[in-house]
Design a protein around this ligand. Structure first.
Ligand SMILES: [Zn+2]
Length: 424
């Protein structure tokens, strides 16, 4: 068996493991700090002991970017929606299935609800995260109120919601550019279907207060994980989707200014209690492109410094972007698409939008990042697979290039089970 390793170096000791059998698996374990580097930073033995005590209260989050179970994906599930679309070149959602089949071969219909998750289900079982969070990039509705003038409309039939519960999702983020694709009736149905299925939502609601409220996941030992979700104009979300006192919509941010930081701080302070782990889930930036703007980076830092949030879960780009560890808090600038129906669509192949990462982030009781495991995935025939070894290597190289801008780096080694790097 070929074993290779990848490590990201940052102010923390990190180690990564890639295993290659018939498939490849990259695991990036981010350790808060090793003994030597704690001493070099003047941390006392007592503080280290206290840090060790908090290990018992560690919380592991599963995080993924866009999960798009609408349109073509919905057509292969047990209860497909009416397939008509209003796109410039495509009038039926079944076309996306046919395009994917041309590329990858036959895709089963009425697949049952496990099919699309493929090997991801086993990976979730292995990692056994405490909380599972994705950006759900589709409405869940039978509404026919297609948002006028919008080219793309995603919906999944409500009867297909077991597709989400099968993976044990705790929270679907809805602050994105598709949740209102089928109008206010579509949003309202999406909320009620997800809630009835026991899935919490964040970032959209029947009014501004509901849209700004976090999803609250209560764990044992009084620990709560709060997910605050925001959609930034830069991700293509129309301003008119903003939730107001009298209007349903999403928790929309016009910009990443200081005023916006203050607004987010006010929203967060209404809900957080001592001991809560607080996540900012943000739909921001363009679909294709690795660049992280200065304002995005500063905003993420301010969410940590000023608002006191513990992890930034960024999405919108259809591919993975760089990762930063700032003040011991993880910033995932773009998580990529865990699932979409784009397989048969050309034009951006160089970004490898078929690849993504399943992020498993372990935080300690203070919200500091203890460890980050990432499993590379590839969508084929509308099913999530573990990425093959050469593909994982490409992903690792790409991460290395992008993390370098953020003070982290990725190295890959072969024939080593695990590598641990220390502060540069
Ligand atoms: Zn989006």
């Amino acid at each position: 068996m070929l074993m290779c390793s990848i490590a990201i170096s940052s102010p923390f000791a990190l180690s990564v493991k890639v295993q290659t059998r018939a498939y490849a698996q990259i695991r990036i374990d981010v350790q808060y700090a090793d003994r030597a580097s704690l001493h070099s930073r003047g941390v006392s033995r007592e503080a280290m002991k206290s840090k060790a005590k908090t290990r018992a209260n560690n919380v592991t989050l599963f995080l993924a970017g866009d999960l798009m179970t609408g349109r073509g994906i919905d057509q292969i599930l047990t209860h497909p929606s009416r397939p008509h679309l209003f796109e410039s070149f495509v009038s039926s959602a079944t076309t996306y299935v046919e395009l994917a089949e041309k590329l990858g071969g036959p895709i089963p219909r009425e697949t049952g609800f496990d099919y699309v998750w493929g090997e991801a289900l086993n990976e979730l079982k292995r990692a056994h995260p405490d909380v599972r969070i994705v950006n759900l990039e589709t409405a869940v509705t039978t509404s026919e109120d297609a948002w006028p003038g919008k080219g793309i409309h995603y919906r999944m039939h409500p009867a297909n919601v077991p597709c989400l519960t099968r993976a044990g999702l705790d929270c679907c983020v809805l602050a994105n550019n598709h949740v209102l694709d089928w109008g206010y009736a579509g949003l309202s149905e999406t909320l009620s279907v997800l809630h009835a299925a026991g899935i919490r939502t964040a970032g959209a609601g029947h009014d501004a207060t509901e849209a700004a409220a976090p999803a609250v996941v209560a764990l044992q030992d009084q620990v709560r994980v709060l997910v605050f979700a925001f959609a930034v104009a830069s991700s293509g979300v129309p301003a008119e989707w903003t939730a107001t006192d009298g209007q349903a919509g999403i928790n929309w941010l016009a910009d990443l200014s200081e005023n916006t930081v203050e607004r987010v701080a006010r929203q967060v302070s209404r809900y957080r209690r001592d001991g809560d782990l607080c996540i900012a889930s943000i739909h921001w930036g363009v679909n294709w492109g690795y660049r992280i703007s200065r304002s995005e980076r500063e905003f993420a830092h301010r969410l940590i410094d000023t608002v006191g949030l513990h992890l930034v879960h960024g999405h919108s780009s259809h591919h993975v972007k760089g990762i930063e560890v700032y003040q011991s808090k993880a910033i995932l600038y773009g998580c990529g698409d865990l699932l979409n129906d784009y397989e048969g669509i050309g034009g951006y192949e160089s970004f490898r939008g078929d690849l993504a990462l399943m992020f498993f982030a372990t935080l300690d009781a203070s919200g500091a990042l203890v460890r980050l495991d990432m499993t590379p995935t590839q969508t084929r025939r509308f099913q999530i697979h573990r990425a093959p070894s050469d593909t994982s290597a490409w992903l690792a190289q790409t991460l290395n290039r992008e993390c370098a801008h953020l003070g982290t780096s990725v190295t890959q080694q072969t024939a080593v089970e695990r590598v641990k790097l220390r502060q540069q």
